[in-house]
Write a protein that binds this ligand. Structure first.
Ligand SMILES: *Cc1c(COP(=O)(O)O)cnc(C)c1O
Length: 359
């Protein structure tokens, strides 16, 4: 046995690293990125800003300016603080680290975002997934029962949910927040496409925080996520944070882009309009079930025997379109593919390729 094999956690040895497909040369509709770049003047301005940064210096660890701007632009309620992460993925890590006591339980509906259970695994906290109904709605009775039984320290609710695209009923989420014995994080990664938000209600619930990201509105490459909530929570997360986790480039560029948020909002509005235009087109395709979506993607299910979903995924890929294949994942996602909404041209290419693939 090699020394590596001897010391590396056996469960980790059995795992695969999070798979990200190579998208070179493909229409990239796999990761819910914005399909739009920046207007050239704004891009040039960012170039000048980056050129002026002191890359030899560590960042200011509190990222004061960026946090103040997020508060203002994202309408974080007064009395709430903000934690920044290198993507909300990193926020998930910090939140999990905070509650990772011996015997703690993390709970979330499944299928949902994979990072909720992954970080629980890294911190040796038991993860309890509560299955959604077959139509991917939240089974609030089952969830409340599971909470009563497991007494989770931490509950994750993605609102809207990924990879299903729907938003659970607000009243159900409220019931969960009220009944939860610990913290509930509302992950609003897709809020710009859904409209609805729990942000204004932070004052109302002492055990709820709201997590967001700028990844889906045109800044996936910057890696910036944030959690908003009462200082009691944010101060604790902050202790688990790497002191210089937000690099100077991310901070400076995010400030510039958030000062120009109307540009990003206009791009998100175009994506939203495209989603509504695409829906009937997808629904018209034979052999495809299209699930309701309030996010910037569609979950679809391919009719047919086991393997039908992957066959369509491969056909799309051979036609130059990369989507995400969930066929081999969660049992409720068999033959399911997730399609990110792109530009009108990209969506046209996807629809044509899908028609061909379903032949
Ligand atoms: C994409 C996504 C995120 C993570 O985004 P980051 O790029 O790490 O900020 C978080 N939660 C959900 C539900 C997502 O789909």
């Amino acid at each position: 046995m090699s020394r590596a094999a001897k010391v590396i956690r056996p469960e980790l040895q059995a795992m695969h690293a999070y798979p990200v497909a190579d998208a070179t040369g493909l229409v990239k509709l796999d990761l819910m990125e914005s399909p739009y770049g920046l207007p050239p003047e704004l891009a040039a301005e960012i170039g000048r800003i980056v050129a002026g940064l002191s890359l030899n210096r560590y960042p200011v660890p509190t990222a004061q300016r960026l946090r103040a701007l997020i508060r203002e632009v994202m309408q974080v309620p007064a009395g709430c603080d903000v934690l920044l992460g290198n993507g909300s993925d990193e926020c998930i890590q910090y939140v999990t680290a905070t509650i990772a006591r011996e015997g703690a339980v993390v709970m979330a509906p499944v299928p949902s975002f994979a990072m909720f259970s992954m970080h629980a695994f890294f911190f040796r906290v038991r993860f309890c997934g509560v299955p959604l109904r077959d139509d991917f709605s939240l089974d609030s009775r089952a969830f409340l029962d599971a909470m009563a039984r497991e007494q989770p320290s931490l509950v994750w609710i993605a609102y809207p949910n990924n990879p299903t695209g729907n938003a659970f009923a607000q009243a159900d989420i409220e019931r969960i927040v009220r009944a939860a014995p610990g913290l509930v994080v509302i992950d609003e990664a897709y809020q710009p496409f859904a409209g609805a938000t729990f942000m204004p209600r932070l004052a109302q619930f002492e055990n709820m925080v709201v997590m967001r990201t700028v990844s889906k509105i045109g800044m996936a490459g910057l890696r910036l996520g944030y959690v908003c909530g009462r200082p009691e929570w944010i101060e604790a997360f902050n202790k688990a944070r790497s002191p210089f986790n937000i690099n100077v480039v991310t901070e400076a560029v995010a400030i510039k882009l958030l000062e120009n948020k109307s540009v990003l909002d206009a791009q998100a509005a175009r994506v939203l309009a495209e989603r509504e235009r695409m829906r009937p087109e997808l629904e018209r395709l034979p052999g495809l079930t299209v699930y309701p979506s309030v996010a910037n993607f569609f979950l679809v299910r391919v009719a047919g025997p086991q393997g039908a979903g992957t066959r369509v995924f491969e056909s799309l890929k051979s036609q130059g379109v990369l989507v995400k294949d969930f066929s081999a994942g969660h049992p409720q996602l068999q033959e399911c593919l997730r399609l990110t909404v792109g530009t009108p041209e990209e969506n046209r290419i996807l629809l044509n390729a899908m028609r061909e693939a379903l032949q």
